[in-house]
Design a protein around this ligand. Structure first.
Ligand SMILES: NC(=O)C1=CN([C@@H]2O[C@H](COP(=O)(O)OP(=O)(O)OC[C@H]3O[C@@H](n4cnc5c(N)ncnc54)[C@H](O)[C@@H]3O)[C@@H](O)[C@H]2O)[C@@H](O)CC1
Ligand SMILES: [K+]
Length: 529
């Protein structure tokens, strides 16, 4: 799913009005009605007080449309205008008139703190103060209003985005934006729903279709894309009946040092589970028995070094190489790594200590083959690209790094983001159970295993990141967040592949709720027994 920029959203609105021969007021009517339908379906006329706070732009206009429909359907509605300036938008004014036609309780004007209404914890707040048009710091009294929302403990539903958040830059201070319980966003989710600094403002979200022109949505190239089953399914390569292991590549995992051999075991398992035809692990001597015992399907090549890799020489041409897991940063390993990079021709997936070595010796970046995949967690990323002040700067710097060195960078974390030049791909699978040692090693193996089978590196990465997270989501059913281990992710990869062809994608994108999903699956499983 595409994540449009603010400018693209405005352009989509404009083109839709033009091509469908509707006015912007009609579009606002659609938007407000979509929100109303969503609420009406869930509330079924319940008389809970609903406080609708409207700004004076089009987001406020959406709020007025919603309030009008709620009123005409007999809901208990109190409407407020957060009077934050003079520039009332045309469609706001149209709907300001329309609401006055359906009720004698005209919207209450709020201009300062003293006007704040009392809100009970069981009431509902609808936040239609600012949408994507926020273009300057929020007035202190309105910031206080947002704090007031939160202090009431009432359920807060934000329209389009939580008010006070910019779509393309950070906010300061944090309290200047609404903390929504739920956000109903028009047509496409916003990038801020996925970034660590802003995601908590909209923990749950959903996209409502307001009929933006299909051609425009299809043909518009966006900088950011959301990756879910729908996006990765077309990557899937079917297996021919007469295929043999030679068709699926020979992957090599290079890594390991004394006490860190498990990392290689996990990566090798991940690579095999992703479908590599043959797997070899290149490890220091001390890892030989560990590897051969833990992964009987894999071959082992040992380095001359006992406890860590010192030479890094082998005599076959792997289809793809995953390097760095458990590698260590001994000076001899660093020299061997440099030597290896000078000779290597295979596509690379670079992780963990191989990334740390690159950070220590940045000149080595020049030796990376074009299209290499780097899979840093945030600390490793910081060593590579330097510090950042906020999530937007982090993405910009990573894009710059990616373009400069012609590599793709997988920023691991909740909503892993793969940066490929100017493009950013936000993954939707995965859960906090993955915050466990070794999960990243498995990912390195999975991506390497997919490249082995002929997936272009960027597709292998997006697909691998998705499958890895999905495997962890499915494993929650048996292990929950706390007991999920990296090896469960490798073991469950098959289920993630099978799951690609199960149940159609949900119509509306929603923040995945793996714990809830796992509960439902557990229930279904019990019922089957
Ligand atoms: N453009 C369209 O046709 C549609 C727009 N929609 C809604 O319109 C929203 C965007 O509307 P707008 O562009 O009017 O902008 P908003 O309503 O998001 O922005 C607030 C308005 O207040 C002003 N403003 C910005 N920052 C401010 C601040 N800190 N303090 C006080 N005033 C400030 C802006 O100049 C703008 O006029 C979307 O988020 C969505 O909710 C929907 O109705 C769907 C159709
Ligand atoms: K809003």
């Amino acid at each position: 799913m595409k994540i449009l920029s603010k400018e693209q959203i405005y352009e989509g609105d404009r083109l839709t009005a033009e091509r469908q021969n509707v006015s912007s007021t009609d579009l606002m009517e659609r938007a407000g009605t979509a929100i109303f339908n969503w609420m009406h379906m869930r509330m079924q006329g319940a008389q809970v007080p609903i406080h609708v706070f409207c700004g004076i732009g089009n987001n406020g206009g959406d709020g007025l449309v919603l309030a009008r429909h709620l009123i005409t359907h007999g809901y208990n509605v109190i409407t407020y205008i957060v009077n934050c300036g003079n520039g009332r938008s045309k469609d706001f004014l149209v709907n300001y008139d329309r609401i006055k036609n359906v009720t004698k309780d005209w919207p209450k004007l709020l201009t300062c703190k003293e006007d704040f209404p009392e809100i009970h914890v069981d009431d509902i707040i609808v936040d239609a103060v600012f949408g994507i048009g926020l273009n300057r710091a929020v007035d202190p009294w309105i910031q206080e209003l947002f704090v007031h929302f939160k202090s009431t403990g009432a359920f807060t539903l934000s329209i389009d985005i939580p008010s006070g958040l910019y779509t393309d830059k950070p906010i300061e201070p944090e309290s200047s934006a609404v903390m929504a319980n739920y956000t109903l966003s028009f047509q496409a989710p916003k990038l801020i729903f996925f970034l660590p600094e802003t995601a908590e403002h909209s923990t749950q979200w959903e996209v409502l279709d307001i009929g933006i022109d299909r051609d425009y949505l299809m043909s518009t190239e966006t900088e950011v894309e959301l990756i879910s089953k729908h996006e990765v399914l077309p990557f899937y390569k079917r297996r021919d009946k007469f295929s043999h292991k030679g068709d699926f590549g020979h992957g090599l995992i290079i890594g390991g040092s004394k006490g860190k051999m498990g990392a290689v075991v996990l990566a090798t398992k991940g690579m095999l589970s992703a479908g590599a035809g043959l797997a070899t692990a290149y490890i220091p001597e001390c890892g030989y028995t560990v590897l051969q015992t833990a992964v009987p399907e894999a071959m082992a090549l040992t380095d001359d070094g006992d406890d860590y890799i010192e030479d890094l020489e082998f005599e076959f041409e792997p289809t793809a190489i995953g390097i760095g897991v458990g590698l260590g940063t001994d000076p001899k390993t660093i020299t061997a790594f440099e030597h290896f990079l000078k000779l290597n021709k295979a596509p690379l997936v670079i992780d963990a200590d191989a990334l740390n070595i690159l950070s220590l010796s940045k000149k080595l970046l020049k030796l990376l083959p074009e299209g290499s995949i780097l899979t840093p967690h945030p600390k490793e990323l910081e060593r590579l690209i330097g510090q950042w002040d906020n999530d937007f700067e982090k993405l910009d710097k990573t894009s710059e790094f990616s373009s400069k060195h012609k590599v793709s960078v997988v920023i691991k974390g909740a909503n892993t983001i793969t940066v490929h030049g100017n493009k950013k791909y936000v993954n939707t699978s995965g859960n906090p159970g993955m915050a466990t040692g070794g999960a990243g090693d498995v990912l390195t193996g999975v991506i390497t295993g997919l490249i082995c089978q002929g997936y272009p590196p960027i597709e292998a990465t997006l697909f691998g990141v998705y499958l890895h997270g999905r495997s962890a989501d499915l494993a929650l059913e048996d292990y929950g967040y706390q007991s999920l281990l990296a090896s469960h992710i490798a073991d469950g990869l098959g289920e993630a592949f099978i799951d690609l062809f199960k149940q159609p994608e949900q119509e509306q994108q929603q923040e995945p709720e793996p714990e809830k999903e796992a509960q439902q699956r557990r229930k279904a499983k019990r019922a089957r027994r």
